[in-house]
Design a protein around this ligand. Structure first.
Ligand code: FAD
Length: 408
């Protein structure tokens, strides 16, 4: 099923690996500086300089397959690169491959009008601006997106957007210029045709970024996660994406690749955690023996390698299925990877923290931040339970069909 890596992807992978070693790991502390107080939500000159370098080396928009601004890679090819850039939380944005901009660029490229692409996609592909995706609301259980209550109401030649969103990644950044907002335009329509998605420039009167939210205390500057209020924000009718009532259609298209990209990145994070766990275990002695010589630690390392291999294969299989059968047909593979990979990689990172002792919980190692990152994805982009429920539905349907066929 899995093809050998082609020359182009192998070449990009080598270049990416070298770039990470030369420019990313040595600058990680500065790039992820959570302690920065001033200009916290502004991209630093260092980030800009590294983006320029990456772009000059052709390590830019690696996910993008809609035109010459990207590398035209399949999901399977990109998986191998995403794993490398996933090894550092600082890296995705350096290559313009970060959430939520990647997902928003996918939406604009797939569903945007020419005018919408010109205004928003072009500067996003050049990382001149950032964007956010606003679906989740504090007042309702948003894992069921039909609950979303924000209103998008037609008013003359435009739409008026009213609602409160939270956990909006990217909205804290000074460069965040546009939100893709999901809301109801027709509460009386059939359940999955009530929602629309609309582009709302962040400087529209009525849009207020109220506060940053943190994940176990990590605020993830400069993009951050924000609570955002849309208080009668009025935009032109040409800001509607795809058409009224088609929000779910867009959401489905966006989330498939997005979920798999997260899994790919986490494989890289966990791979690095195993490497550092082994290095640490080999360098420390307790009770007269190296940690790496202790049976308990060795069992942990063997278990981590086994689980990571399973996670990697599931992710590769999902990427392969997306390429071969399309995102919709690959939804079960995507769901299984989305459930399995964040849990398993989180456990691996947690074990690496344990082997590091107190240091593992500190900011001196990347592990604590990495653990928080994997933990978030057991909720973000759909909680585990929702994906298991979808898998159970498909499984039970298959069983019922089998039973019917046997009866005939
Ligand atoms: C760091 C971070 C970044 C995020 N970024 C964004 C973003 O950029 N844009 C955005 O719109 N949102 C974002 N989110 C929000 C995220 O997508 C939601 O938190 C998620 O969809 C769950 O919605 P909820 O928080 O309302 O949980 P709820 O819907 O209230 O669900 C709570 C819990 O109920 C349980 N549950 C739900 N359904 C079922 C079921 N069918 N069976 C069994 N149990 C169930 C699950 O355990 C679930 O975790 C982000 C979240 C985090 C933490």
């Amino acid at each position: 099923m899995f093809a050998e890596l082609d020359d182009k992807t192998r070449d990009l992978k080598d270049k990416l690996t070298a770039f990470m070693a030369e420019h990313v790991y040595p600058n990680e502390g500065e790039l992820l500086d959570e302690g920065r107080v001033e200009n916290r939500w502004r991209h630093t000159p260092l980030m800009r300089a590294l983006q320029e370098k990456a772009r000059a080396q052709g390590l830019w928009n690696l996910f993008y397959h809609h035109g010459p601004e990207g590398q035209g890679l399949s999901n399977y090819q990109y998986t191998h690169l995403c794993e490398i850039l996933g090894r550092s939380l600082a890296a995705p944005e350096i290559f313009n491959c970060n959430a939520p901009d990647v997902g928003n660029m996918e939406i604009l490229a797939t569903y945007g009008t020419e005018a919408q692409k010109e205004r928003w996609l072009k500067p996003l592909l050049a990382a001149e601006i950032r964007s956010c995706f606003a679906m989740t609301e504090p007042a309702v259980a948003s894992s069921d997106a039909t609950n979303v209550e924000t209103r998008i109401e037609r008013d003359g030649d435009g739409y008026v957007v009213t609602g409160r969103k939270w956990w909006i990644t990217g909205a804290m950044a000074e460069d965040c210029k546009v939100a893709i907002v999901m809301g109801k335009n027709d509460p009386d329509a059939p359940k999955h045709q009530q929602q629309s998605m609309i582009l709302v420039p962040m400087d529209t009167p009525g849009v207020t970024v109220e506060r940053p939210l943190s994940v176990y205390g990590f605020q993830h500057p400069p993009l951050g996660h924000a609570e955002v209020v849309f208080d009668g924000a009025r935009v032109g009718a040409d800001n509607m994406l795809l058409g009224e009532g088609r929000g779910f259609e867009i959401a489905q298209g966006r989330l498939g690749p997005g979920r798999i990209h997260h899994c790919m990145r986490f494989i890289g994070l966990a791979e690095r955690a195993i490497e550092e766990m082994c290095a640490r275990a080999a360098s420390r002695t307790a009770f007269g023996s190296r940690l790496s010589e202790m049976g308990g630690v060795r069992q942990v390392i063997g278990q981590c390698r086994t689980e990571l291999e399973a996670a990697r294969l599931m992710t590769l299989k999902a990427a392969w299925a997306m390429d071969r059968h399309g995102n919709k047909a690959a939804r079960n593979e995507i769901a299984m990877a989305k459930i399995f990979v964040p849990t398993v990689t989180g456990q691996i990172i947690d074990r690496a923290i344990q082997v590091h002792g107190g240091g593992g919980l500190s900011e001196d190692f990347f592990l604590a931040a990495a653990f928080a990152e994997t933990r978030f994805l057991r909720i973000g982009d759909g909680p585990d339970e929702v994906h298991r429920e979808a898998l159970a539905r498909a499984e039970l349907k298959r069983a019922a069909t089998r039973e019917k066929e046997t009866e005939q």
